[in-house]
Ligand binder design. Structure first.
Ligand code: ZN
Length: 510
């Protein structure tokens, strides 16, 4: 019966069932145990490249709204060539392709600098490669940081405007609760991260990007890197539960959900964190060969399908009966709601980037990459939606190549369309799997009786690449002095320094 149902209708049904909520699927997945066609034939090394692909996708996002990027990797070790294929939910702009060529060239130069340094300091008798002073390549790192930050500036400003005010309010509330007691440990790291973030962001927001001087960009770099370091400690506290515990404590007995402290920090620090992953890439001797290859980029053309959903309440009702295998009282009401929600007009539905990318990789393009399998991990700038999660799973069941992303945010979007791949069983697999999740959800809502199951995953962290001790000390001294100048309390510091946000940005109601 599932075979007869159009997967698109079922995706629309799931969008209706979950409204704007999440379906409880695993947010992030463990790295797959069998990655194929990676940089080397070594699982551990290939796992290290996953954050790099995600970082490249992340630094590709420049528009403040609804831009998502997916990225695939192919290699030809014999001819020392590397190929990136990038996709969006629409066509890819030339400016993005040029940006990636530019950053790749700079990462190559950074890798060369590190390699030169390693060679100079290498003592043939030593078993281990020498520890390289972190400030050797400082100007080049700052240059890469600046180029990426400038490209992503509008997106970064959007994140800051969405999360920063509420985070400042949350910190002021924390300070009030701890009155007379100096913040320690986890809370001290959080406070330090906030001071550094403010010092970086007030510069970023001060001028339009062209007016920031080199000196100012350098300061943005140092403060961002220090904020990144402190935030990592905060996020790792108590195996990742520290943030939730603190948010819960400050929420107290109030109605409503606690402040999403973890999410706010992850969003605000995401750009410097991904840039750091790229520095780690350039620094790695094991991954160096990749940065010596000649790199080319293909952009996947945007795809969409015209979908016509059921055009009457009766048609929706028949669909619900077919999906459940039985009529039910609630179906008439749901059918009316569905008809009113989606109306009857045809809709142009985009193919999301990760699915469009996989289809592109499976298609011949009459070039030398046609027979080179892609690395089975696809980098993405944000977690996949549920429909894409299920489509990839259905694709992987076909028995050919398999692909993975870092996970799903658990939301069902509409409009959404499958790529036009000429395989009937993929459509059937997709329909069957979405139907299964739909019925599980109906059972949870006690509309039908049936058994279901769920699973959860763990978080993988990016490669690390910090700043030198001396640089860290001087950046921390600047942050400490700035805090003291405002009287030593975060509340005073924020009112002196946080004037850069738009009006009417969300607040934490403490
Ligand atoms: Zn999607």
């Amino acid at each position: 019966m599932a075979n007869e149902l159009d997967p698109h209708y079922l995706v629309a049904l799931m969008n209706y069932e979950f409204n704007s909520g999440q379906d409880g699927s695993a947010r992030r997945l463990d790295p797959p145990s069998h990655l194929t066609s990676g940089i080397v034939d070594h699982h551990g090394t290939n796992v290290r490249t996953l954050p790099i692909l995600d970082a490249l996708a992340h630094i590709s996002v420049s528009r403040p709204n609804s831009q998502v990027v997916a990225m695939a990797l192919q290699l030809k070790p014999d001819t020392k060539e590397i190929h990136l294929t990038i996709a969006e939910n629409q066509d890819v702009a030339d400016s993005l392709v040029n940006h990636l060529y530019n950053i790749w060239r700079k990462l190559q130069a950074l890798s060369d600098e590190y390699a030169g340094q390693r060679k100079a300091e290498w003592d043939g008798d030593q078993m281990l490669s020498p520890v390289i002073p972190l400030d050797v390549v400082r100007p080049l790192k700052i240059e890469i940081f600046r180029e990426v930050y400038k490209f992503c500036l509008e997106k970064q400003k959007k994140r800051v405007n969405k999360w920063f005010r509420a985070l400042c309010d949350f910190m002021v509330e924390l300070e009030k609760r701890r009155v007379g007691v100096a913040l320690e440990g986890f809370e001290r790291n959080l406070s330090n991260a906030m001071v550094s973030l403010v010092l970086a962001l007030q510069l970023v927001f001060k001028h339009s990007e062209n007016q920031l001087t080199d000196d100012e960009w350098e300061r943005v770099y140092w403060h961002s890197m220090i904020a990144n370091k402190d935030t990592k400690l905060v996020l790792a506290d108590r195996h990742g539960l520290g943030c939730d515990a603190l948010a819960q404590e400050l929420n107290g007995d109030r109605d409503g959900d606690p402040f999403q402290l973890r999410r706010a920090l992850e969003k605000l620090i995401s750009l410097p964190r991904h840039i750091e992953s790229l520095f780690g890439f350039a620094h790695s001797p094991r991954l160096r060969s990749t940065l010596q290859y000649h790199m080319t980029i293909s952009a996947v053309p945007g795809q969409a399908q015209i979908i016509i959903l059921p055009t009457s309440q009766e048609q929706w009702k028949s669909l619900l009966e077919a999906a459940c295998g039985q009529p039910g009282q609630w179906q008439r009401k749901d059918a009316l709601n569905l008809f009113q929600k989606f109306e009857s007009r045809e809709q142009k539905c985009p193919v999301h980037c990760e699915c469009g990318l996989i289809q592109y990789l499976q298609t011949k393009h009459c070039d030398s990459w046609d027979n080179v399998p892609a690395f089975s991990y696809i980098g993405v700038s944000r977690l996949s939606c549920s429909a894409c999660r299920v489509w990839i799973k259905a694709f992987n069941m076909l028995g050919g190549a398999k692909f993975y992303t870092r996970g799903s945010h658990g939301k069902w979007y509409w409009p959404w369309a499958m790529p036009m791949m000429g395989v009937g069983s993929l459509r059937e697999n997709m329909a069957g799997m979405v139907l299964d999740e739909y019925l599980t959800q109906l059972e949870k809502k006690r509309k039908i009786k049936r058994a279901g199951s769920d699973s959860s995953g763990a978080i993988t962290s990016g490669a690390e690449h910090g700043v030198s001790d001396a640089d860290e000390q001087s950046a921390r001294a600047v942050a400490g002095a700035a805090l003291l100048e405002s009287g030593g309390a975060l509340s005073g510091f924020f009112s002196d320094h946080v004037h850069f946000l738009h009006a009417n940005v969300p607040r934490f109601v403490g």
